[in-house]
Structures are given as C-alpha cells and as structure tokens.
Design a protein around this ligand. Sequence first.
Ligand code: PMP
Length: 426
Amino acid sequence: MSALPPVTPPFDGPSAQVDPAGQVDWNAVRADFPLLLREVHGKPLIYFDNANTGQKPATVIEAMDGFYRRQNANVSRAVHQLGSEATEAYEGTRTRLARFLNVRGDELVLCSGTTFAINLVAYSWALPRLQAGDTILVSRMEHHANIVPWQLVAERTGAAIRVAEIREDGTLDLDALRRAMTSDVKLLALTHVSNVLGTVNPVREICREARRRGVVTVIDGSQAVPHRAVDVAAIGCDFYAFTGHKMCGPTGTGALWARREHLQAMPPFLGGGEMIKEVSFDGTVYNDPPHRFEAGTPNIAGFVGLGAAVDYLERLGMDHVEAREAELLAHLTEELARIDGLRIFGTAADKAAVVAFLVEGAHAHDLATLLDLEGVAIRSGQHCAHPLLQFYGVAATCRASPAFYNTHEEIEAFVAALRKVRTLLS
Ligand code: PMP
C-alpha cells in the first residue's frame, strides 16, 4: 500500500512564477494550467472563453483533490478532527476572500456564485422592503443575473424597473444615470465590468452619488474580481456579488459581500441546518450573519479550491494580471481592427479583455463553430445579455476573452484562423 501524503494545510503548492524583481515568467504561469496543454480536433487548444469560465491552476485542482483524500468531513458540526479541519479550511477561504477584497469576513456570505448572491439580495433585502411607487434602476449592459431577479421583485412588489442607458461606444451615459436616480429609486443594480463590452464602470463615483441620494447599490463584480485588484470597501457599495469560477476557482462557488447593517436586518433566504441557533416548534432563533444565509451543507471542497485560487492570484499579483491582460487586449484589438468588415462592440477607454465582434457576411455561430474546428474556443450568442444586444440591433455576436495565461502567439493564431474560416463562409 502506498503511503498517504501527509496532512498539510490545503493551500500549499507551487507559487506563481514571479521573480524577486517582480518580473513574471508568463510561460511558467501558463504551465500551471494543465488543461491548456490539450488539443481540440487535433489542433492545440486556444482557450479564449474566459469571460464564460476560467481555467484552473494545478494548485486549485490539487487542493480539492487533497481535501477529499485527506480531510473530507462536514463543516461546523462535528467535534472530531476531520470536522474541525474541514471547518478551518472552509472558514480559511472566507478569511482569504475578505483580505483579497478588503472587507470583513463576517460580512461575506459564501454561496454558489453571483446568481445566488444577487437573488439573495433580491429576496431577502428587496422583497420585504420595496412597494408600488418604488423604482429599481438597472443598466442596459447587465447580465441576466442582474436583471431577472429584479423583474421578479418588481412583479411581486409593484415596483418599477428603469433602465440606465449606454452610449454607442459601450460606456454608461453617466449624465443620464444621474438624471435617472430620482427620489423613487430605492436600488441601483450595476455591473462593475460588462461581460460583453468589457466596459469598466466608474463604480466608486456612481456609488458615492447613489449613497448621497439614499439609493442602495448592488454591484455585480463577476467580471471585475478575476481581472484587477478590487477594493470593495473603497467602492462604497452596499452589496458586491462575485463568482469563483471566473477567478481560477471551481464552479459552484462565489460570495456576496454586504454591509453589516444590511445583513443584520435581512431575514433568512433559505431555511435549514447551519442557519439557526436553536429550533423548536415554538419558534426558531436564526444564526448571526453570515451563517444565517448559508443553510445546508456548502460546497466545502469547492471553497477549499477557491481559497487556493485566491492564494494563486495573490502570489501572481492582481496588478500583474491586469497589466498582462491589457497588453493582450491591445494586441487582439489591433489585429481584429485590420480585418475588413469586422465590427467591435464596446470600445471604452477603460476596458477589460473582452472583445465582442461580428464579421460582415458571417453568422456568429457559424464563425464560432468553424473556429472550434481550428482548436479555438470563443463564445457566440447573446452572452446572457439580450437587452444589450437589442440596443445594438444584433441577434448575436462572437466574443473572444483572453486571460493572463494566454499568449501573443495565440492571438496571432486566432486571428489567422478567423481570416481562414471567414473565407469559407463568404
Ligand atoms: N454577471 C456577469 C457580469 C457574468 O459575466 C456572469 C457569468 N457569465 C454572471 C453574472 C453569472 O455568474 P454565475 O453564473 O457564476 O452565477
């Protein structure tokens, strides 16, 4: 029988490849992601669908594997050794996320991702408070996860939904947004970074203005946290939601940060184990936040993986990630601009590495399908943002979204493949 590896803290692993002078060896970073070595249809994979979900470094995969091999137990329940190790690992991720985002751990509700996080605010904060005559303001560039929960609240409460419009270049019309924040507006739901346009919204300024007017702010950080250092305290919002699987972590993980006063005042969303202090048939005493909102057995191994993802990104440095992705975006944009009849949607000055585009004479799905045969993974369709595509009057777009572990050579190979498949369609 082979010896079991020693029990180690789950987050140990090779550090990201940054030398003492702060130079990053990007080839070594890329080698941390095992999946990037595979081929698709006999061609080397070029994975440009990172806005959809990101790939995972070996440390994340190993942390989850190690948890199941050596520590698996339920959290916050058992007094035995495995139970306390599992609880420590799970709570360790809360602490890591809190440090990563500059917030308090007891203000972070761990959950399955942004969709759950925003629904939690919708059901637990908005539903009991809003009524007919109130307005929920959302921007044109929201993901459906930051639209549909508000429509559900509006349906049940009689509140109205108002849309803050964008300009043709994919930036928010800030004057229109200010004008739209009238006294009936109780809540503003806004994305930090658009998953289609890449636009980075000036959330700090917007939240300051909203706060001045008594408007509660819900910021969707899904596409921001993976790509730049995010200081949630400095943004000054009321709620900040994000998802783990786009930031090197596993699917089914994420969190909601909320101001303590909101969490204290919010009733539970789901009932069950863990979210209570005491249960009797005469009445139940709920647990304190954040555990009040974490009913049932959580995705423990997933959160162990997310903790390892935070460690990985911290060691690499979010400033390095941001600079690398800006460089890749500039290269990609420059190459695409040379293709006749190619239109890019979203040209904001402050933009994340997401490029939505269409090529004259070619359907987005056909392009993506043919590119797949060349080993290139991009997304095509509506990107869970129907109202945004309606603004541009298009049914679908392609979307290429490189991440820090992609290379300049891949950008060139992608553009060459795009030129090739386009000729097949014309
Ligand atoms: N908001 C934005 C901006 C997104 O890009 C996504 C993921 N595509 C979501 C919300 C939803 O995230 P999840 O599916 O992880 O809940």
